[in-house]
Write a protein that binds this ligand. Sequence first.
Ligand SMILES: [Zn+2]
Length: 275
Amino acid sequence: MQIHWAPSPNYTGGRRGRKIIAIVNHITAGLMPGTLSWLRNPVAKASAHYLVTKTGVVYQLVKDEDTAWHAGIVNKPGWTLYDGSNPNYYSLGIEHEALAGESLTETQYQATLELHRMLVEKHKIPVDRNHIIGHYYLDSVNRKNDPGPGFPWNRLLNDLVRPNTGDSSPKIVIEAGNNIINGFLHEDRAYGPVREIATTLGWQVEWLNEARTAVLLPPADEAENKSNTARVVIASHSITITILGDMAFAPVRQMAEAMGYKVDWDGENKTVKIR
Ligand SMILES: [Zn+2]
């Protein structure tokens, strides 16, 4: 990917021997070009390693090997990996050009996804919500909307854990009811998100965290037809699901058939149809 070097003086050389364990995502609450100038202004005493603009341009302001000043003052942190020392030394900071409350543009999302992918690979950062975090994890008081509720955590983590993207990782489409759901192929099997498929078909999903089990409850009218067997149907099929990011994925055919639906595979259009 193309990264534009735009050095900032606001950093500490080296990392005091600490290893990079996390990426901290931010929003700038300001727009280009002022927001880039500010992060390069010594008066700001703030920076980030990267800035991703709304148009998908990626700037690097501080080298990964050096400590950017992005974490600010830690205040009532929710981050379980926070060890009391300055998080700047063991994290990378990515700023996103956005005003408070704004979501990323699609181009910006794709750029930050590619950047995350590169950094996760380079620094062997685990893909989960403890290692890819928001500034609010470090300051839940003054930064509670940084990067804000619109930040696409689920999408980002799911995209990151999928084996590559694009051509090498075949995407598929799942037609369920009147909805289209994105899935993927893995070892010749179509996988789809359990909750999304189930709720689209009108089922309820209960997640039992300790048992790591999703219990699917049918819609009221189907419950009547199938009397009280639904829970058993699903339970007796006990499908192994895969957790990617914080979403559960199941083989689509196995899951839908266990729920009593018919499943067709349209190989030409890479589409699974649930009827
Ligand atoms: Zn921030």
